[in-house]
Design a protein around this ligand. Structure first.
Ligand SMILES: *[C@@H]1O[C@H](CO)[C@@H](O)[C@H](O)[C@H]1NC(C)=O
Ligand SMILES: *[C@@H]1O[C@H](CO)[C@@H](O)[C@H](O)[C@H]1NC(C)=O
Ligand SMILES: *[C@@H]1O[C@H](CO)[C@@H](O)[C@H](O)[C@H]1NC(C)=O
Ligand SMILES: *[C@@H]1O[C@H](CO)[C@@H](O)[C@H](O)[C@H]1NC(C)=O
Ligand SMILES: *[C@@H]1O[C@H](CO)[C@@H](O)[C@H](O)[C@H]1NC(C)=O
Ligand SMILES: *[C@@H]1O[C@H](CO)[C@@H](O)[C@H](O)[C@H]1NC(C)=O
Length: 334
């Protein structure tokens, strides 16, 4: 799903740069701060804000910055929300890029003033898709800046309901999605399309087929996976209509050619199409964070592609052996 090698290197480079800044600046600091600064992983901006931020009884924050596109940003938000709650701390999310506040009624979920994070301890979740213990619960009495993709539902699963409230789609987005869905169904079945079981199929291809990503270990499922997933759904549900969303419409049309009850959804904005998927009953995923979030919103039966990392690849090493941190236990794998 989730990470590129270049990004890993960027992250390391950034960490090293910060280290350099710290070393340069320690000369100006008093002894107490110096010992703290020399601990591995600490980030301190050396100016007056340090002293006030480390006074006892001050509010401490969990700080995290959004990264990538919608699916990745949702993970950073939900996971840092869970971490902050679990740790009894307040949350600051640096919205850059900011797709979240344009898409959801997310106001009030966190502070956005990054100045609150000026003097923070830097904590790294090294693997995109495994829970890092040092991040899962933050024990230190200081503001922490959590760095990483945080792509495990385990960071936030016990706060699903609260998070769901903040992830209510903005009205115009939801309205557009409802109209789009209604139009597609009416076009296929006429006005009388009640009693259809609506199942989303998300087919991520496109960028996942690029050489760099393939070498890193990304895989995409073949037609057979989708057919198996459909067979499974058809054993459990009747009167199914599939709504297939993809960044490879041609492949998708070819794959489902001749299947009467598949609607290939014309590609809209990421937000509208996620809202559309959220209105359905069940989900067939392929790969990628966007599909995870569609399944999360639907919260019905989810079928996922089990073998989504190349064995022994860098990408595979981002996950635990059975991908238990990334895949909720009740999902059905093929
Ligand atoms: C402290 O340093 C940070 C980072 O360099 C900077 O953003 C902030 O404005 C500084 N604060 C003050 C009060 O100088
Ligand atoms: C954090 O603060 C509390 C109360 O002030 C104290 O009991 C606890 O030992 C502190 N923990 C750490 C890790 O400093
Ligand atoms: C399937 O749809 C038909 C009408 O098209 C309806 O009579 C039937 O009750 C539906 N079955 C289920 C299980 O909803
Ligand atoms: C839809 O299903 C319900 C029972 O599940 C049935 O009462 C109703 O007649 C069905 N509607 C259509 C249009 O088939
Ligand atoms: C899905 O629904 C179940 C039961 O209704 C609930 O316990 C769970 O938290 C929900 N999951 C999500 C992701 O909302
Ligand atoms: C998973 O995919 C790899 C190729 O990427 C293949 O060698 C392996 O046999 C597959 N494993 C299963 C269980 O299908």
């Amino acid at each position: 799903m989730f990470i590129r090698k270049q990004q890993v290197f960027l992250l390391l480079t950034f960490t090293v740069c910060v280290g350099v800044i710290i070393v340069i600046n320690t000369q100006h600091m008093n002894l107490i701060f110096q010992t703290e600064v020399h601990q591995r992983g600490f980030i301190r901006y050396v100016n007056n804000s340090i002293k006030t931020s480390y006074m006892p009884n001050k509010i401490h924050y969990v700080c995290a910055g959004t990264t990538g596109r919608l699916g990745n940003q949702l993970y950073v938000f939900a996971s840092s929300y869970g971490i902050a709650k679990r740790s009894g701390m307040k949350l600051v999310v640096g919205l850059n890029p900011d797709t979240l506040s344009q898409t959801f009624q997310i106001e009030g979920a966190f502070e956005t003033d990054w100045g609150l994070c000026e003097a923070s301890k830097f904590i790294n979740a090294n693997k995109c898709c495994q829970v890092a213990n040092q991040v899962y619960k933050v024990r230190l009495n200081s503001t922490v800046h959590i760095f990483g993709y945080l792509q495990s539902y385990k960071y936030f699963t016990e706060y699903n309901e609260e998070i769901r409230k903040y992830l209510t789609f903005k009205d115009p987005i939801l309205r557009t999605a409802k109209t789009k869905l209604n139009t597609l169904l009416t076009k296929k079945y006429g006005k009388n399309y009640r009693n259809r079981t609506l199942i989303g199929i998300h087919i991520r291809r496109g960028d996942y087929l690029r050489k760099g990503k393939q070498q890193f270990g990304y895989k995409v499922p073949s037609e057979d996976y989708f057919y198996k997933a459909q067979q499974y759904m058809e054993k459990r549900y009747k009167n199914i209509t599939y709504l297939a969303c993809s960044n490879d419409i041609i492949w998708t049309k070819n794959t489902f050619r001749g299947q009467r009850d598949v609607i290939v959804v014309p590609t809209g904005s990421a937000a509208v199409d996620l809202a559309l998927l959220s209105l359905l009953h069940h989900m067939i995923m392929s790969v990628g964070t966007y599909g995870f979030w569609a399944a999360w919103f639907i919260n019905g039966t989810t079928v996922y592609y089990k073998n989504f990392t190349l064995p022994n690849s860098d990408f595979a090493r981002e996950f635990d052996k059975d991908k238990l941190d990334a895949i909720p236990p009740h999902w059905i794998g093929f």
